[in-house]
Design a protein around this ligand. Sequence first.
Ligand SMILES: C[S@@+](CC[C@H](N)C(=O)[O-])C[C@H]1O[C@@H](n2cnc3c(N)ncnc32)[C@H](O)[C@@H]1O
Length: 361
Amino acid sequence: MSANTAAAIGLLGWCRQGFEPELAAEYQSKAAELGVAGYAKAQRDSGYVEFLCEDAAALSRQLGTNSLIFARQSIAMLASLPNLPREDRITPILDVLRGMDLNGFGSVAVEYSDADSGREFAGLARSLGNALRAALRKHGFMSGKDRPHLPCLHLLLTGAESGILGVSDFSQRPAFPMGIPRLRMNAQAPSRSALKLEEALLTLLTEAEREKWLRDGMRACDLGAAPGGWTWVLMRHGLLVTAIDNGPLREQLLENGRVEHLRADGFRWSPKFPLEWMVCDMVEQPARVAQRMGEWFANDWCRRSIFNLKLPMKKRYAEVEHCLQRFTEAAGMPLDIRVKQLYHDREEITVYAGLISRKDR
Ligand SMILES: C[S@@+](CC[C@H](N)C(=O)[O-])C[C@H]1O[C@@H](n2cnc3c(N)ncnc32)[C@H](O)[C@@H]1O
C-alpha cells in the first residue's frame, strides 16, 4: 500500500448505469464480511458509488476491482471536491494534495462515469487531464514520465465544477481504464455476443492463463450457442467445439470441421468424456443455470467454464448471492471462481469457474 492510499476515506467505484444499488449493496456486504463498517452514497443512474468507511486503506487493498462483481473499477477515495471553478480547477486540486501531504504519483487519470450524466464530461476530462498532468509535474507531485507501477491519481468529474479525488495502486487497477475495453466487432463474428466472451477471456483470465488454457485442439462445448458468436471465439483460439442449440448456427462455422452442431437441450446434454471448457449463454432462470453449471463440475464433465447469469429486474444482488451459493453447492468442491458484470453485459453477469490445480491448492 502506498502512502497516498493510507490517506483514503472510502472507496469509489464505477459501475454500469442503473446498477448503483447493486454496487452499493456489494460494498456494504463485502466490507461487513471483512469487519469494516461504512455506508454507501449512490445516486440512481450516476454510474458510480461512494463507500465511506473506517480503515479505508486496508479495505481498498482487500477489495480491489477484481474482487467486486459490479465495479468496473474501484479505487481508494481521497477527497470530495465540491468546488472546482471553471476559471481554475487545478489550484484547488493542488491545495488538497498539499493539505493531505500527498505526492509521488506516477500517472494521473481524469475520468467520468459511463452514464448519460457523466459522458458529457469526456471532452473536459481529456483537456483537464493534460493540464493537470503538466501542473502535477511542474509542482513536483508526479514523476517526469508516466510510471505505471507508482500510484495513479484519479479525478472523477461528477459535474463541470465538482469531482472526487482517488488513488489506485498498480495491482488494483483494472485491465482497461474505467473498466471499459475498446473491443472492435469483427465482421466475421456471427453475433455481437462474441464481444462478451472475448471480454470475459481478457478480463477474467490472465495472459498466462489464456496461453495455457486456450490451446489448439482442446475440446469445448457451447450450451445455447446459436447463432454462434461464442463458438466462433473459441474456434479462433483453435478449440474444437460442440455447439448445442435447437436454433440454427451460422453456416460458416461448420465449414472447417472444428465445430459440430447438435440440436439438443442444453440442460440435458452431457459429454462422453471430460472437456477442457464448457461455456453457456442460455437465456434461462439464473438459479436453474447455476444449478446445472455446478452439476457439470460435480460430474467431472469439464475443467473450466464461463457462463452468464441473467439477472432479474429486482433484488439483483440478493439473486446473485443465491445463484453463486447454489452453484458452489451443486459443484460440491472448491473451485476458482471469478465473477464480473462486464462492460458488454447488460442485465447479466459473467462467471469464470475452474478446477484448482494441485500446485495452487
Ligand atoms: C443469447 S443466445 C446465445 C448467443 C450466443 N452465445 C452467441 O454468441 O451467438 C441464447 C441461446 O440459448 C438457446 N437456448 C435457450 N435455452 C436452451 C436450451 N434449453 N438448450 C439449448 N439452447 C437453449 C437459444 O436458442 C438461444 O439461441
